[in-house]
Design a protein around this ligand. Structure first.
Ligand SMILES: [Zn+2]
Length: 366
């Protein structure tokens, strides 16, 4: 009798503890560290798929949710489908067609046909191409409803990742300017995925006062002159830029002026035509980068020391350069540094400044 009573008390105590524990979890759904210690995976991964001249980004959240933005051209659809399957994906929780151009929505029909789809977003703009019709047919066959992509939406994806749509801000006849633009924040790290948004949309985003600042900027419209204005670069302040571009494309993308602008701001550039599939991994504090192709260091007989791309240095590299008596040297941009044969500049070198060291890793103009 006494034992039973004691046992009952223990049971009561245990269930109280259980209630407390469950209570804790529900009370703090956004507590990142708790989720991380108990969760499946604490990383956010942003994949920039190599789909030639086109665009496609796969985002996998810390809890394993998936989001796919665009799927390249028609002829790349098996590349995208195979890539997703290779990641063990069977469901896309959020699918976004940034705008109806073929190099973005071409592969969407195959994705819709091959995977379970949660929600699909597309801007309110049509195209009468066969490619776009194929996408609409696949949507119809699956019984999906398209939600309108527009600025101001907060997408319901994962509790510890904020996904905000920051464009299109206004209606526009130009399909590029109607591109859905997505800002993703995980902890202290952030990404801006821009579709083919051009200068008009960039200015509208700035005017809208939306949060644009990002560690990683997907360069708009494959590095065309019509995007990535100075004002936009200043608003985003990225450390890394990704250009989704195909080898020897017919458009001359990316344009030299855009590359120069990124360079002058000390932004580290990654390109699908040179590095293949590019994957950024964030733990909420730091970002690391990996890519499927080796760096093309000697392509232009670059004299710069080869840069280790795969991991971003957490601490500034020690300066190996000897002390020089040139402390009044001021470089306006990295072009000047290179012209003077002084690149890369290490912290402590004459002329080094944080303005030139966009990624603040202690090495400027690398
Ligand atoms: Zn495009």
């Amino acid at each position: 009798m006494k034992t039973n009573k004691c046992f009952a008390r223990i049971l009561l105590f245990l269930s109280a503890v259980t209630v407390l524990l469950v209570g804790c979890n529900t009370a703090n759904p956004d507590n990142q560290s708790e989720l991380n210690s108990a969760g499946v995976n604490e990383y956010l991964k942003v994949h920039f798929l190599d789909v030639g001249q086109g665009a496609s980004q796969l985002i996998i959240g810390p809890s394993g949710h998936t989001m796919l933005i665009d799927a390249g051209n028609n002829d790349q659809e098996s590349v995208v489908v195979d890539y997703l399957k290779g990641q063990g994906i069977s469901r896309i929780d959020i699918l976004v067609g940034t705008h109806p151009d073929a190099d973005h929505v071409g592969g969407l029909d195959a994705v819709i046909d091959n995977f379970e789809i949660g929600k699909i977003y597309m801007p309110k703009v049509q195209s009468n191409t066969r490619t776009f019709e194929d996408v609409l047919l696949s949507i119809q066959r699956k019984g999906l409803k398209v939600a309108t992509a527009k600025a101001g939406l907060l997408l319901d994806w994962e509790s510890d990742v904020k996904v905000a749509m920051v464009a299109p801000v206004a209606e526009n006849d130009d399909t590029n300017e109607m591109s859905a633009v997505i800002h993703i924040t995980y902890g202290a790290t952030s990404f801006l995925l821009t579709g083919d948004a051009e200068s008009g949309s960039e200015q509208e985003m700035i005017n809208s006062n939306a949060a644009l600042k990002s560690d990683v900027l997907m360069v708009g419209h494959h590095g065309s002159n019509s995007s990535t204005t100075d004002a936009f670069v200043e608003a985003v302040q990225p450390s890394y830029a990704v250009i989704q571009v195909g080898q020897e494309n017919n458009y001359g993308h990316p344009k030299a002026a855009v590359l120069e602008r990124l360079n002058d701001n000390g932004i580290q550039v990654y390109r699908n035509d040179e590095q293949g599939d590019i994957v950024f991994t964030s733990n909420g504090t730091d970002i690391t980068v990996t890519h499927s192709k080796q760096d093309v260091v000697n392509k232009d007989e670059k004299k710069n020391s080869p840069k280790q791309f795969s991991t971003l240095p957490a601490t500034p590299e020690p300066s190996a350069a000897p002390e020089q008596q040139e402390d009044t040297v001021v470089y306006k941009n990295c072009r000047e540094v290179r012209a003077a044969g002084k690149a890369p500049l290490h912290k402590g070198d004459p002329g080094y400044s944080t303005k030139l060291d966009g990624d603040r890793d202690g090495v400027a103009c690398e």
